[in-house]
Design a protein around this ligand. Sequence first.
Ligand code: FAD
Length: 298
Amino acid sequence: MLIKDKFKNKKPLISFEIFPPKKDYPVDTIYSTIDALKDLRPDFISVTYGAGGSTKDTTVEIASHIRNKHRLSSLAHLTCLTSTKDEIQNTLNSLKKKGVRNILALRGDYPQEEGWDYKGPNHYKYARDLISQIKKNGDFSIGAACYPEKHLECQSLEKDLLNLKEKVDAGTDFLITQLFFDNEIFYDFKEKTAKLGIDIPILAGILPVLSKKQIEKITSLTGCSLPKKFLRILDRYEYEPQALKEAGIAYAIEQIIDLLSWGVDGVHIYTMNRPKTTRRILDNIKTIRGVLTDEEAS
Ligand code: FAD
């Protein structure tokens, strides 16, 4: 089912994000993670594309496995910055062939290495241009990224929002936010997007923080801010990894319950390929979410 149609039938959606195994690891090392996650009945599972050092090659294969083996909706991420328009078209053709009809259309980050050159007529500059190409291919449901605290490269949130509006107008069906730790920032963002006439569903991206090292890396990559109560947790449990993990999971649960009470369109959990952590979160929200297992319902 197309994700854009899921929002018509049911809200909030709960989705998970996973990343493919790193280079040199066989693709099927992710399959046990998917097996465990699917039991939690997400509305879809998204698969990143070349993010955080994972390979690009297996995204299509994993998204297809989720859809065709488990009959579960999958969302394939696709970046455009480092691929030519022809390469992108080939990927779109493969997705179509395998029946994967949901794409998260992204620009991607600039490569770290010196001397790269992906400019010119064969390359797209912004996600907006990729979305226009996907649109021409027909019946895909298209998601895109958005940034409640603005994208790192943009001078201001106002400018970033105007660029977002263009991206939405190019044919985006739904948005997924960058992770954030302060729900008030998300609520302000929703107000601002509504004022600009952006009325498509927005899933809130939530990351359960499991270690101090992880959060340091993430804040430097995304520029997301950390509220005082979150900083207190980091300070207090810096040298007690298990306590920090427990507190990180509890913090994510509290954030999600607040978002669900507020009436969010959906919650997208950055699972970091950790089904046990994800299960702990879902166990805490299952009644609110309204999904009970057959056993519990009987
Ligand atoms: P864009 O929407 O193109 O925006 C990029 C920048 O350009 C912004 O600063 C924007 O304000 C500016 N801009 C946009 N349009 C214009 C314009 N017309 N004129 C001037 N400026 C403009 N990365 C991966 O490599 N793989 C993944 O799988 C992946 N998954 C992600 C999932 C989510 C939910 C999120 C939030 C991010 C993900 N990323 C991923 C990271 C993403 O690729 C980076 O954040 C990237 O730097 C920007 O991508 P974008 O699609 O938001 O870009």
